[in-house]
Design a protein around this ligand. Structure first.
Ligand code: SF4
Length: 289
């Protein structure tokens, strides 16, 4: 297991920071093409609350770089991170344009795109393939669970086989695949969570972003939580699961995230994720980082 910071340092020779971008897009299980309402845990901003939406791609990246430059200094590079919604759910020409714009901003050394496995058709893959030849390209896939039954209950609106096919296609164009996995989804046993990790490993995922299930305001999950229909993991319990998951990963797997914390202004539960410093200290201590 390798942490993202040491992996990036080895790859780029210095620290890398993310510059988040919001394209104000949507996704196929919000606009009706695969479903409506979105995944039950997803906020209105489609996980893009951290980005400065409404500005051009270049402006958003420059704003993000300005914010971290004082801390980062000059010996740092940036990953332009297309974070919110489904960033390949668009016309291929538009995708090519925004990727090209992001990659030409001074300081940007890599691109990262969050998307869904069912939004990677041939024309989009062609754009990604061209981009991957110019600059390291990370593609983040929201798997969350390997169970199609759980996927249905969380309204993910794609089949797990679509994920395994997408990983294969992305590896063929030499993109680096990062898989998002949620622990603590409603109805999931520890065994099911480990099955998800095993599926991602067997599919060939390069990196992992783990998170505990957290509840955000104005999501379908909020209603389930208020009605006591879903249990949220405690900190110790959650990291016991992460520890078990880490044992299943190959040595060269990169951990990009040990847990997520959700935007503070929307976060309802779990309480323990609100104290970020305490969580980071706990992770460092527990996993010897
Ligand atoms: S998590 Fe991703 S796929 Fe699910 S509703 Fe949000 S943006 Fe769409």
């Amino acid at each position: 297991m390798i942490t993202a910071s040491s992996y990036f340092k080895g790859m780029f020779g210095h620290k890398m920071y993310k510059a988040s971008i919001s394209l104000n897009g949507t996704c196929p299980n919000r606009d009706g093409s695969r479903g409506v309402g979105g995944c039950i845990f997803c906020s209105e901003g489609g996980s893009g609350e951290f980005a400065a939406s409404g500005y051009s791609v270049t402006n958003q990246i420059c704003q993000a770089i300005d914010q971290v430059r004082r801390k980062a200094g000059d010996n740092a590079g940036y990953i332009a991170y297309f974070q919110s919604f489904t960033n390949t759910y668009c016309e291929p020409e538009y995708l090519a344009k925004v990727l090209s714009e992001a990659s030409s901003v001074q300081g940007v050394e890599a691109l990262s795109i969050a998307t869904r496995p069912d939004c990677l058709g041939p024309a989009i893959m062609e754009v990604l393939s061209r981009q991957a030849k110019k600059m390291p390209l990370f593609v983040e896939l929201g798997l969350q669970t390997a169970s199609d039954e759980t996927a249905k209950s969380i309204n993910r609106c794609y089949w797990t086989y679509e994920y395994t096919e997408a990983v294969k296609d992305l590896k063929d164009i030499r993109a680096n695949v990062i898989t998002h996995i949620i622990f603590g989804l409603p109805g999931e046993t520890r065994g099911m969570m480990m099955d998800t990790v095993k599926l991602a490993v067997d599919s060939g995922s390069d990196g992992y972003k783990f998170t505990c299930l957290y509840v955000l305001e104005n999501t379908p999950l909020e209603k389930l939580y208020r009605d006591n229909k879903v249990e949220i993991l405690g900190m110790e319990e959650y990291f016991d699961i992460v520890e078990e998951a880490l044992k299943l990963l190959p040595e060269n797997a990169v951990i990009h995230r040990f847990t997520g914390d959700g935007p503070k202004k929307l976060l309802i539960a779990p309480e323990w994720t609100k104290n970020k410093r305490q969580v980071v200290n706990y992770i460092n201590r527990r996993f010897g980082l």
